[in-house]
Design a binder for this molecule. Sequence first.
Ligand code: HEC
Length: 411
Amino acid sequence: MSTRSLLPVFAATLLCAAMPSHSQQKPVNLPEGPGKEQVQALCSGCHGLNRVMNSGYPQAYWNTVMRMMINFGVPIPPDQINLVTDYLAKHRPEKPKPDASIIHGPVKVAIREWQVPIPGSRPHDPLAARDGAIWYTGQMSNRLGRVDTKTGQVREYPLKSPLTAPHGLVEDGDGNIWFTGNQVAIIGKFDPRTGNVTEYKMPDPKARDPHSLAFAPDGMLFFTLQQSNMIGRLDSKSGEITLVTSPTPRSRPYGIMVNSKGVPHVALFGTNKIARIDPKTMEMKEYTLPEPRARPRRMAYGPNDVIYYADYPRGMLGRLDPESGNVTEWQSPGGPKSEPYGIVYTKGAVWYSESGTRPNTIVRFDPKTEQFQTWAIPSGGYIVRKMDVTPDGNPVIATSTINGVGVVEVK
Ligand code: HEC
């Protein structure tokens, strides 16, 4: 290896020294070819080469992924970007994906989408604010953004720490936007009036990756830490943080929400469980889903706080009644590989996105008739990781690799 190509290695190592290294898994054998050396040198550290080589995209999305990594500070020399992109596109093309299954039905929608300004921002989660705007986390651009859905105008706000990797976001009663800083182990509070960010650091070094979050009516902010296997609670008035570890090892606490009685539930994506959290003691009560392979990722409450969940790896929509513990499941229209992900309940139905079909879909499930209706996302969607609901009841999406956000206007 020449001295020239060693430089980025040191830079990348330095860059990542401050960051949690989630997965130092077993070595990956890279296929031979031009670009191999650069991938080896530049693309491990933050997430391990397996994260890269288990992926597969069409060339256009490898371009986007490279923009994301460059935004995130990966020190790749400009004259080597194409080399690396071509190597990845050649050796890791898109994996076969099921076609979207389009089911017609009685409901009419219009899906409107907007692009965010910086390529490779990876808008991860959307937030439908009370004033009608859509906010998003620019996970790889270190920004929060706001789309005025009336004018289409987009405004972005830089965060305080570099490489924050903002992930989830929620609005409080005063219009502040609270977000998880996934790479720097903080909860952030952003005040849109002043542009100020207040950072709340995790009190335990083992609590590395704040992920998703939800407010209880009393101002307690509950959040998950997926790789750290923890649940947290931040008192938004005092700033005090309480952490508990999930009783099931590697349970990957993921989606979280708070019901009408102020009680949080969390989807344990690493196992076939959903847990109820005692809001005072943080004690977790687990519901075990009957199918051992079930992996609930995100959830939404229906009437009477019944829980609907997206079972990502099995392509199922599930319903858990927390009173009785009864579980019902339906195969998602796109089939076992349809990867249901972002999910909400609004206008008397469950709405979610299939992130594994081509194109991604918006699915509507009517709990009364048990009928599905689906629509293709015009841009293709390419991984809607979270959904939210506007004050007038329309589902909202962020299209992470397409670099956009959108709203499903239900007629
Ligand atoms: C400075 C840290 C860092 C380095 C170095 C790095 N990445 Fe990443 N990468 C990230 C972060 C942060 C994410 C997103 C967080 C997550 O979901 O784990 C990510 C995610 C990814 C993903 C998954 C994207 C998806 O949509 O699921 C791919 C593919 C990827 N990186 C490729 C690369 C390649 C190729 C390189 C080398 C050119 C590289 N990474 C180097 C930080 C880094």
